[in-house]
Design a binder for this molecule. Structure first.
Ligand code: ACO
Length: 395
C-alpha cells in the first residue's frame, strides 16, 4: 500500500503483510517478582515457592502476604494481616441490598453482579483515590477480604437464602466456606477451600491480570483495576471455562458417551473446555493438585461419577490430542471439586475471582511502582484515504 503517512510507514499495511503476535503470545510486558509459569515443565511458583508446597503447608492469608510483600510473613506479621483481613470482611448494607436485588434476576450471571458490587464498593472507601503505597496495600487487603463476602452473598441471594455476616473466629477460607454454605467447615473442607483459593491466587500475566494492570497503568484506582480483572475472568476462554466443564460433564451423562462426544466436538472444531493453555503445553500443575483433591471430596459427596467421567475425558484427550499440547488446565477439575462441595456451577468463576483478587492487586501495585501506561499499536489495514460521501448519496 502506498501511503501518505510517513511516520506510520511500518504500521500501515495490507492484511497479513506485517507479522505480529496475535493475542500478544510470548510477548513480555514487564518485569515481575510475583509468579512464574513453566509451561513446558508444568510448574507454577509464587515468588519461588512451588504451588504444591504452598497448597500443602500454607494458607491463603500467607500466600496473599507473599504475593503482596514478596516474602513469607513472620508469625506476628501473619497474625496482623489476619486481624486486618477479619476487620475488613463486612460490606456496607447497601451492597447486600444491591446483591439481593440483582443476583436472583433471571439470566444475570453472578460475575456481572460481582463486577457491579466491587465497583460500588469503591464508593464506600474514602481512600479510593489515595495513591500512597501504604493506602494501596490497605485497599488491596480490603478488596481481597470483602470480595469473599460479596461472592458468598451473591451465592446465597441466587438461591433465595439469607445472606450471612462474616464470622471473625474463622480463617479467610473457613469463613468464606461458612458464608457460602451456612455451616462452618470441618478441617477437610476448610483445607480444601484454602487449597482452591491458593491455587487461584495468581498466575503471572494471564488475561485478567493483564486487564487489571492495564487499567492501573492509566493511574486509575485499584478498584477499577479489579473490576477490569473480573470482567476479563468472566469469559469462557478464561475463568468461565470451569462452569462450561460442568455443563460438558452433564451433557456427556455417562462414561460410554465420552469418546463419541469428544470426537463430535473435535470434528466440529469446538473447544473442549478445561483443556489447552497459552503457556502450559503439558498438564497444568494446578489441575493435578485438584484431581487429587477431587478423589476425596467426590467420595464424601457420592459424586465419584463426575470424576470418573472427567478422568475418562482426560485419558481420551491425552491419547488423541496430548501430542498437540492440549492438556487439562486448572478449570478442568475445579468444577468437579466445587460441585462436590455443593456449590452451584455459576458460582465457580466468582470463587476463582475471590482467590485471584490477591494476584490482581499485587500485580497492579507492583507495576505501578515504575508505571508506564500500556499503549501498544494496531497495524492499520484500512483504506488510506476515502472521500466523504453525503449521507443521501451513499449506496
Ligand atoms: N479444545 C480443542 N482444541 C483446542 C483447545 C481445546 N480446549 N485448546 C486449543 N485447541 C487447539 C486449537 O483449536 C488450535 O488448533 P489449530 O492450530 O488446529 O487451529 C490449537 O489448539 C491452538 O489453540 P489456540 O486457540 O491458538 O491457543 P491459545 O493459546 O490462543 O488459547 C485457550 C488458549 C484459550 C486456553 C484455549 O486452549 C482454549 O480455548 N481452551 C478452552 C477454554 C479453557 O479451558 N480456558 C481456560 C484456560 S485456563 C484459565 O484461563 C484459567
Amino acid at each position: 500500500m502506498t501511503n501518505t503517512y510517513s511516520e506510520e510507514i511500518k504500521l500501515i499495511a495490507k492484511p497479513g503483510e506485517i507479522p505480529y503476535a496475535k493475542g500478544l503470545e510470548g510477548i513480555p510486558i514487564g518485569e515481575s517478582t510475583k509468579s512464574f509459569v513453566d509451561g513446558l515443565g508444568g510448574r507454577l511458583v509464587y515468588h519461588g515457592h512451588s504451588i504444591e508446597e504452598l497448597c500443602e503447608k500454607s494458607s491463603y492469608e500467607e500466600v496473599f502476604y507473599l504475593l503482596l510483600y514478596d516474602r513469607l510473613p513472620k508469625e506476628s506479621e501473619l497474625k496482623d494481616l489476619g486481624r486486618l483481613m477479619r476487620s475488613y470482611r463486612e460490606i456496607p448494607s447497601e451492597l447486600y441490598d444491591l446483591i439481593a436485588k440483582q443476583a436472583p434476576r433471571y439470566g444475570v450471571h453472578p460475575m456481572s453482579v460481582m463486577r457491579t458490587a466491587v465497583s460500588a464498593l469503591a464508593a464506600y472507601d474514602e481512600t479510593t483515590e489515595d495513591d500512597t503505597p501504604s493506602e494501596q496495600c490497605r485497599q488491596s487487603i480490603r478488596i481481597v477480604s470483602k470480595i469473599a463476602t460479596i461472592a458468598a452473598a451473591i451465592a446465597r441471594a441466587r438461591l433465595g437464602k439469607p445472606m450471612l455476616s462474616p464470622r471473625a473466629e474463622l480463617s479467610h477460607a473457613g469463613n468464606f466456606y461458612y458464608m457460602l454454605t451456612g455451616s462452618a467447615p470441618d478441617d477437610f473442607y476448610a483445607e480444601l477451600m484454602d487449597v482452591l483459593l491458593i491455587l487461584h491466587a495468581d498466575h503471572e500475566c494471564n488475561a485478567s491480570t493483564f486487564a487489571a494492570v492495564t487499567v492501573r497503568s492509566t493511574l486509575s484506582d485499584l478498584y477499577s483495576a479489579v473490576v477490569a480483572g473480573i470482567c476479563a475472568l468472566k469469559g469462557p476462554l478464561h475463568g468461565g471455562a470451569n462452569e462450561e466443564v460442568m455443563r460438558m460433564l452433564q451433557a456427556i451423562g455417562s462414561l460410554d458417551n465420552v469418546e463419541r462426544f469428544l470426537e463430535d466436538a473435535m470434528s466440529q472444531k469446538l473447544r473442549i473446555h478445561g483443556f489447552g493453555h497459552r503457556v502450559y503445553k503439558i498438564m497444568d500443575p494446578r489441575a493435578d493438585i485438584l484431581r487429587r483433591q477431587a478423589r476425596e471430596v467426590t467420595r464424601r459427596a457420592g459424586t465419584e461419577h463426575w470424576l470418573e467421567t472427567a478422568e475418562r475425558i482426560e485419558k481420551v484427550m491425552a491419547e488423541k490430542y496430548g501430542q498437540r499440547g492440549i492438556w487439562p488446565n486448572v478449570d478442568f477439575f475445579s468444577g468437579v471439586v466445587m460441585a462436590s462441595m455443593g456449590i452451584e456451577s455459576p458460582m465457580f468463576t466468582p470463587i476463582f475471582a475471590v482467590g485471584r483478587s490477591a494476584g490482581w492487586t499485587a500485580h497492579a501495585l507492583e507495576q505501578w511502582v515504575d508505571n508506564r501506561i500500556f499503549r501498544p499499536r494496531f497495524i492499520y489495514i484500512g483504506p488510506e484515504e476515502e472521500p466523504y460521501t453525503p449521507i443521501r448519496e451513499r449506496k
